[in-house]
Design a protein around this ligand. Structure first.
Ligand code: B12
Length: 215
């Protein structure tokens, strides 16, 4: 039996930019967890991507989806920040979208969520060359290096970054964990890249990193 996607997933997928904020606001007022709202928007974005892949949406559809999610984050960002603040330091993460990739909505969400949970986040932005990840790792000595990527082409950048990072931190007593994230990443990609740690959702990534750092 096929399950009807919920209303928010549907309106994001259909790029109904006027309806999305109304539903988001309603769910926030009803006390829904902002991370549930985010989860549904992410699912809607995935469906937009599928439509684009099948030639039913054009690049303008991707751009519009990006704008819709940016607006959603303006609405739910304060709720995430209010509900999740912690003062004690959790660790240091160096974050960036890898070379050749400019998708940054997911990475920015990771930045916000990790910051709210006491992580110090150094965000290198988008299209970050492998050598830059390495030089900043050497300079900042983070506990975690987080690589974001949504394109198939990103996986080669991730792998190259991983190889250079391994090389540069080989003699460190505790080299940083490398965590990769992005909607299309799976076990196969993580094997290709050469790391055991991969996620498709920011909250999952947060739990993983907290677990890794608590030993
Ligand atoms: C919006 C969008 C765009 C926007 C991005 C706007 C922006 N500022 O980011 C724009 C219009 C710029 C764009 C451009 C392109 N896009 Co685009 N895009 C999308 C779309 C629809 C949604 C992406 C998104 O924001 N999702 C919502 C966020 C919240 O999810 P997320 O990124 O996965 O992040 C979450 C988790 O994965 C995780 N996470 C992410 N990173 C990390 C990192 C760490 C460390 C951790 C712990 C967690 C984590 O946390 C986040 C929150 O939960 C996807 C569809 C899809 N299936 O993803 C296509 C998609 C990624 N794009 C695609 C393509 C082809 C392109 C273009 C090449 C199109 C073109 N012809 O120009 C260009 C590429 C430009 C480039 N060089 O990067 C393809 C990629 C196909 C492929 N296999 O390579 C997709 C899959 C669409 C499709 N099905 O064809 N795109």
């Amino acid at each position: 039996m096929s399950v009807e996607p919920n209303e928010l997933v549907q309106v994001v997928a259909e790029l109904k930019e006027d309806k999305v904020p109304v539903i988001v606001q309603r769910r926030l007022e009803a006390g829904d967890d902002p991370l549930n709202i985010l989860h549904d928007c992410q699912e809607g974005m995935r469906l937009v991507g599928d439509q684009y892949g099948q030639g039913r949406y054009y690049i303008s559809g991707l751009i519009m989806a990006g704008e819709i999610l940016r607006q959603v984050m303006e609405l739910i960002g304060p709720a995430i920040k209010n509900s999740r603040q912690e003062s004690k330091s959790s660790g240091v993460i160096l974050l960036g979208t890898v070379q050749a990739d400019i998708h940054d909505l997911g990475k920015n969400i990771v930045n916000m969520l990790f910051t709210c949970h006491g992580f110090t986040v150094h965000d290198l932005g988008v299209d970050v060359p492998p050598a830059r990840f390495v030089s900043e790792t050497v300079r900042l000595k983070p506990d975690i290096v987080g690589l974001s990527g949504l394109l198939t082409a990103s996986y080669d950048s991730m792998r190259e970054t991983m190889v250079l990072l391994r090389e540069a931190t080989r003699d460190w007593p505790k080299p940083p964990y490398v965590v990769i994230g992005g909607g299309q990443i799976d076990q196969q990609v993580s094997q290709l890249v050469g790391t055991d740690y991969w996620v498709n959702e920011a909250s999952e990534g947060l739990r993983l990193c907290q677990r890794l750092l608590s030993g």
